[in-house]
Design a protein around this ligand. Structure first.
Ligand code: GLC
Ligand code: CA
Length: 563
C-alpha cells in the first residue's frame, strides 16, 4: 500500500469559493465560467488540485451548503456544459478538480425532504425525525427532543406541525440532517459520488463528515451543546469505509472536514490501511483566539497553545500514518493575517502573510491555499452590519445583543469572527470592482484592493504571491518537505514556533523552519541550535545567527534553514 507521503507529498490544493472567485456574466456572483477564465492563473501559481465549493442547485441559505439537488448545477453558477468545459480545460493544464460533497444534511427544499413533509414513510426515514408529544401545536410544541444547540445558534430541532414531529438540523433550520443509519440514504449518497466520479473529477472534499453518525439514544447534554454525542459518532468509520468502497474512491485525493475531532479518529479517517479518506481538516489550531473555546468571545491568539496543537497534530498524525490538510483559512474563517498577524503597516502585513504561509507549507501534509490568501487578502473594513450576508453572522449579531452586549460590541465581535471576512471577492486588480465583476458584487469589496491585488503581485518578485510561488516550488523540488519526518523544537521565546523536517539521504536532509509570531525582535532558538546552516527561504533580511548558534528573528520574520 502506498503511504500518504508518496501519494500526496508533492501536491498543493487551491480552494475556490465559487460565488466570490470570478464573475463571468456580470450578475455580481462568481460562476463556473469565471473559474475556467482564470485557469492559467493556477497553472502559473503551480497548484495541483482545485477544491471547488458547492455549485449544486440550492436555495443558498448557507451559500450552497444547503443542497436541493446533488446532480445539477445551480443556474446561478452556470450549466453542466460549463462544468464539462471547466473540467476539460483544467485537465489539459494538469489540474484536477475536487468537488464538495455535503452529505451530513440536505436543504429542506430537496425533494427527499419535501416528500417527507407529505408524510411519506420512506422519506421520513431519510432524516432524523422524532415524534412530538401528543397535543403539541405550532404555538406550543413543547420541549424539543434534546437541548442540542445548532452550530448557527438556537436549538437544533425544528417542529413540523403537519407531522407533529421534530427534525434535527445541526446547522441552519433549512439544513435537515440525513439519517445515515438508513442503508437507503447511504446508497443514495454513494450514487451521488459515482455520478461526479464518472464525470472525471480527481477527488472530493466531504463537508462536516465526522458528524454523520448520530447516537441511537438521543439525550440532553448537561455539559455542552450536544457535540460530544454526535462528533466522530458510533458508526462513522464504518459508514465512511462503506461510502469509499461502494463508490470506488479509495486512493483518490479525498479530504474530510472534521469538526471538533481527535487525533486518534483522524488517524483512522486518513491512514491508508483503514480505507477511508486520504486527509483530514481539523480546527483546534484555529480556536486559539477563542476565549474559553467560545468563538464569539475574543482573545489575543495564544501562541504557546498554537505551538503545542501544531506539534501534537504533526507528530502524532505522522506516527499513526495519518495525513493532515495544512491550512489557516477557508470560506468559514476570518483572514489569518488579520487574525494571527499584523496588517497595520505594509511591511508587517507582508511579513505576517508570508510567515503564516511558511509555517504551514513546509510542514508534513498537504497545503491548502484559500483564494486570495496568496495575495495577502485581509478582513474587509466593513462598518455596518448591513454589509454582512452570512446567516451565522446575522444570527449571532442578534444573539450577542440578546445576551446583553451593546450593538457596538456585538458588531465588533462579528467583524472579527464573521465567515464573510473570508468571503469577499478575489481582488484581481485595482479597478472599482477589483476585476471580480462588471456588475454589482454580491458582497462588498475591501478598499485595500487598490494595492492588494493579483495584477500588482503576479509579476512582482517581492510580492506575497511570489512568495507563495516559491513555497510551492520548494515543496515540488525537495523530498524532505514531501516525505520527511517532522519534529517540533523547543523555542527560546513564547512567540516562536519551530520545527524540523528530516529525511535521510535526501539533499537537504534536514530543514528547520522558525517563525516569530510577534512584532518584536525575538531570540527564537537558543545557543547551539543553527550553526552551519544555510538559508533556503526567508520573508525578510531581518534575522541573524549569533556566534553561539542562536537564532534571532526580527518582527514577523520566518526562515527556513537547511543542512
Ligand atoms: C461546513 C462548511 C460550512 C457550512 C457547514 C454546513 O462547515 O464549510 O460553510 O456552513 O459545513 O454545511
Ligand atoms: Ca455570475
Amino acid at each position: 500500500m502506498q503511504d500518504r507521503a508518496e501519494q500526496l507529498g508533492d501536491k498543493v490544493v487551491y480552494q475556490i469559493y465559487v460565488r466570490s472567485f470570478n464573475d463571468s456574466n456580470g450578475d455580481g456572483i462568481g460562476d463556473l465560467k469565471g473559474i475556467t477564465e482564470r485557469l492559467d492563473y493556477f497553472k502559473r501559481l503551480g497548484v495541483d488540485y482545485l477544491w471547488i465549493t458547492p455549485f449544486f442547485v440550492s436555495p443558498q441559505n448557507d451559500n450552497g451548503y444547503d443542497v436541493a439537488n446533488y446532480r445539477e448545477v445551480d443556474p446561478m453558477f452556470g450549466t453542466m456544459d460549463d462544468f464539462g468545459e471547466l473540467s476539460r480545460e483544467a485537465r489539459t493544464r494538469g489540474i484536477g478538480l475536487m468537488l464538495d460533497m455535503v452529505f451530513n444534511h440536505t436543504s429542506t427544499s430537496h425533494q427527499w425532504f419535501q416528500k417527507a413533509l407529505t408524510g411519506d414513510p420512506k422519506y421520513l426515514a431519510y432524516y432524523k425525525f422524532v415524534d412530538a408529544a401528543p397535543g403539541a401545536t405550532a404555538d406550543n410544541p413543547g420541549k424539543p427532543p434534546t437541548n442540542w444547540v445548532s452550530k448557527f445558534g438556537g436549538n437544533a430541532w425544528e417542529y413540523v406541525p403537519s407531522l407533529n414531529k421534530w427534525y434535527l438540523h445541526l446547522f441552519d433550520v433549512s439544513q435537515a440532517d440525513l439519517n445515515w443509519d438508513n442503508p437507503e440514504v447511504r446508497a443514495e449518497l454513494v450514487d451521488v459520488v459515482k455520478f461526479w466520479k464518472a464525470k472525471g473529477v480527481s477527488g472530493f472534499r466531504f463537508d462536516v463528515v465526522n458528524l454523520i453518525s448520530k447516537p441511537a439514544v438521543l439525550e440532553d447534554d448537561d455539559e455542552g451543546d450536544g457535540r460530544r454525542f454526535y462528533t466522530d459518532g458510533p458508526h462513522v468509520h464504518e459508514y465512511l469505509q462503506e461510502l469509499v468502497r461502494e463508490s470506488g474512491i479509495d486512493g483518490m485525493v479525498t479530504v474530510g472536514e472534521m469538526s471538533s475531532t481527535s487525533i486518534e479518529n483522524c488517524i483512522r479517517y486518513s491512514a491508508p490501511q483503514y480505507h477511508e479518506l486520504s486527509q483530514t481538516f481539523s480546527f483546534h489550531h484555529l480556536k486559539v483566539d477563542y476565549l474559553n473555546g467560545d468563538k464569539w468571545a475574543l482573545q489575543e491568539p495564544d501562541i504557546p497553545a498554537l505551538r503545542s496543537l501544531l506539534r501534537d497534530w504533526q507528530e502524532q498524525m505522522t506516527a499513526g500514518g495519518g495525513w493532515n490538510a495544512l491550512f489557516w483559512s477557508n470560506h468559514d474563517q476570518p483572514r489569518p493575517n488579520s487574525r494571527f498577524g499584523d496588517c497595520s503597516t505594509k511591511e508587517s502585513w507582508r511579513r505576517s502573510s508570508e510567515l503564516l504561509a511558511t509555517c504551514t507549507h513546509l510542514m508534513r501534509g498537504t497545503p491548502y491555499i484559500y483564494q486570495g490568501e496568496e495575495l495577502g487578502m485581509t478582513n474587509p473594513d466593513y462598518t455596518s452590519i448591513s454589509q454582512y450576508r452570512d446567516v451565522e453572522s446575522l444570527n449571532y449579531y442578534q444573539i450577542l445583543q440578546d445576551e446583553g452586549k451593546t450593538p457596538e460590541e456585538a458588531f465588533h465581535t462579528v467583524a472579527e469572527r464573521s465567515r464573510d471576512d473570508g468571503r469577499t471577492p478575489v481582488q484581481w486588480d485595482d479597478t472599482p470592482n477589483a476585476g471580480f465583476t462588471s456588475g454589482i458584487p454580491w458582497i462588498g469589496i475591501p478598499a485595500n484592493h487598490v494595492t492588494i491585488n493579483a495584477k500588482a503581485e503576479v509579476g512582482d518578485s517581492d510580492s506575497v504571491w511570489s512568495f507563495y510561488h516559491r513555497l510551492i516550488g520548494l515543496r515540488k523540488s525537495m523530498p524532505v518537505i514531501q516525505r520527511g519526518g517532522v519534529r517540533f523544537l523547543s523555542v527560546a521565546n513564547d512567540k516562536a514556533v519551530a520545527y524540523e523536517r528530516t529525511l535521510e539521504g535526501a539533499d537537504p536532509a534536514r530543514v528547520v523552519v522558525v517563525c516569530n509570531f510577534s512584532g518584536n525582535e525575538t531570540c527564537a532558538l537558543g545557543a547551539g541550535s543553527v550553526g552551519g546552516a544555510h538559508a533556503l527561504l526567508a520573508n525578510s533580511d531581518d534575522w541573524r545567527v549569533e556566534d553561539d548558534g542562536s537564532l534571532i528573528l526580527g518582527p514577523w520574520t520566518a526562515v527556513a534553514l537547511a543542512w
